[in-house]
Write a protein that binds this ligand. Sequence first.
Ligand SMILES: *Cc1c(COP(=O)(O)O)cnc(C)c1O
Length: 501
Amino acid sequence: MKPEEFQALCVPPECTLHAALARMNQVARGILLVLGPDGRLVRTLTDGDLRRALLGHLAETSPVSSLPAQPPVTVSEAATAAGVLALMDRHLIDHVPVLNAAGEPVDVIFRRELSQRIWLSSPHLGEEETAFVEDAFKTNWIAPLGPHVDGFERELAAHVGLGHAAAVSSGTAALHLGLLLLGVKPGDTVFCSSLTFVGSCNPILYCGAQPVFIDSEPQSWNMSPAALERAFDVARRAGRMPSCVVLVNLYGQSADMDALLPICERYGVPVLEDAAESLGAHYKGRSSGSFGKLAVYSFNGNKIITTSGGGMLVGNDAELIARARKLSTQAREPARHYEHTEVGFNYRMSNVLAGIGRGQLRVLEQRVQQRRRVFDIYREALADLPQVQWMPEPEGMRSTRWLTCFTLAGPDAALRADLVMKSLERHSIEARPVWKPMHLQPLFKGAAYFSHGPDDDVSARLFDAGVCLPSGSNLTDEQIGRVIDHLRRALILAEDRRAAA
Ligand SMILES: *Cc1c(COP(=O)(O)O)cnc(C)c1O
C-alpha cells in the first residue's frame, strides 16, 4: 500500500459516522483505523460496523467513539504471512492492522494479497518445452542419455561460445565433477568465493578438500582481486598452493575476469567458474562461464532458465568433458559387460529434462531482457530514495539481473534491512537477505578467510545490509507495483524508526 493510502485509512475518534462512511467509500479498502490522540489504535471500523450503527438509530453526526467498544484483532511486526492468514481464518476477518511495539498501527494486511504470493524467482516456461518433452515420451526416450541430452549439450555450448558440455543432474553435481577433473584430492585446499550459495563449496567437502574463502570487492560483489592476491601470497609462503579456484559469478553478474584470471595464471592454478547464477551474462562481450578451465551452469527451479533440476559442465577441453560424461554415468569402461576401474557417480541428466532445457534455452535471451526490465522498473520507481544502493553493474559487464539486489546505506543498515524484509513477508512478498558468506557459516567454522582489505570485510557488509527482491521474468507489472508500494513504505518507516531511536 502506498504511504498516502495508509494515511487515508486513519481517522480520529471524533470523526462522525457520516465522514467515516464517506472516507470508507473513498479509500475502498473495507476498513478504517481509529487512532487515539496518542497515535495508538483504538479500534478498527468496517463497512459492517458503520451499517449496523446507522441501522441501530445512531445519528449520522454521532462520533465513531459512540459505537460499542470492540477490541481490535492485530498482529505485531514480526508476524508472517502464514501466521496472519491463520489469524484471519480464526476470526473470520479479511484485514488485520499491524502494530509496532508502542501500539501504533504501521500497516494493514489484506486477505486478498495473502492468496497471491509474489516469489523471489519462480520458473517461467516458454512455448516449446512441451513439444520436446512430448517427443521424449513418444519416442520412449525417458531414460538418461538420448537425443535431447546431446542436443541440449550442443546447443548450450554453442550459445555460450564453447566447444563442449556435459549435462548432469544439478549444478552441484557439475561442480563436484569439475573439481575431480581439475585434480582436487583429499587434503588439498581450494580457494572459493565466500559470498555465494553453499552449493559452490559443498563439493569441495565431497572431495575431502578444505576451502579457503576469498572476500568480495564492492564494485561487482564478486571475488576481490586484492584478497585473492593475498591468499596466494600466503599459500606460496606456506608451501601449500590450492589445487583450484572456484570463482563465483553472483546474482547474474560476472566477476572481474581481467583482474582475477592473470593472478591465477601467474600461480598456475586452474579456475572452475561457478556460473550457476550468471547464464546469459556477458563480460566484455564474452559469455559468463566461458572463462574458467571448466565452468558450471545450474538449471534449478529458481535460476534464469530451468529444467526443474539440472546442471551443465562446460569447457573447451574435449577430453575433460568426455571424462565428465563417463564419471557421471558410474564410470563404466568400454566393454559389453559392466567393467569398472574407478569411482563413478549417477549424475547424468535425463532425456526428458534435457527436452525442457532445449525449450528454455530458446527463450534465454528473452528472460535476460525481462529480468533486466524488472530491475529497471525498481530502480526508476525508487530513484528518490538515496538509502537504496543497487548492486553495481561495472563498465563492460552485462548483468542478467537474475536477482535485483540492493544494500541500504547509512547507520543500522542491518536493522533496517530486517524491518524491510519482515514488512514484505507480512504481505506475502518473498524477499531474502544477500547470501550469508561461507566464512560466517557454522559448517565452515575455522576455515581460512581473506578479506578485501585488512579491516574491510565486504561480503559480511553486503550480507548485513543487503536485500534481494522478487525478480522473476514472469512477474506482472501489477505485482512489481505491489512490491514497490510496500517497499517504499517499509523503507520510509525503517528510516523514521532509526531517526527516532
Ligand atoms: C544454484 C547454485 C548452485 C547449485 O546449483 P544446483 O543446480 O542447485 O545444484 C551452485 N552455485 C551457485 C552460486 C548457485 O546459485
